[in-house]
Write a protein of this length. Structure first.
Length: 135
């Protein structure tokens, strides 16, 4: 499932939602999670049950949470985790290092093809930015 994340991609600072202990100290996880929870309303990309379920199904494959845990997540927490995934993908690939109009998407694609990062983020033919929930 494709989710249009253009607004977040252009406006947000991904480090606020995905950062390491080296960057934010011992409370990095708490800080970034709190920020993601707060941003979940503004960047409510998983705004219907079909999208939320697609994301729940996607994260289930990681084995970090049980099916019961995932099913019990409130909608805003599902969206907050999605924001963290988007932010992590942006940071992992370096997409957060350049202004929107200066991103070299062909270089990004080369990194995806080499396996340097997952490649869930992409620029569509319409010029919008998407996050693909899936494998």
């Amino acid at each position: 499932m494709e989710i249009n994340i253009t607004k977040f991609f252009k406006e947000a600072e991904p480090m606020n939602y995905s950062a390491s202990v080296a960057e934010y100290g011992d409370n990095a996880g708490k800080i970034t999670w709190s920020n993601a929870i707060q941003a979940a309303n503004e960047y409510n990309y998983l705004d219907d049950e079909e999208k939320r379920q697609a994301f729940r199904d996607y994260v289930e494959c990681f084995g970090a949470w049980s099916v019961e845990e995932i099913a019990a997540w409130p909608d805003n927490e599902v969206n907050a985790l999605f924001i963290q995934f988007v932010s992590s993908g942006m940071r992992e690939s370096g997409l957060d290092e350049f202004p929107f109009d200066e991103i070299d998407w062909s270089q990004y694609q080369e990194g995806v093809e080499k396996g340097a990062y997952t490649g869930n983020i992409y620029k569509g033919d319409d010029g919008e930015i998407y996050y693909y929930i899936g494998y």
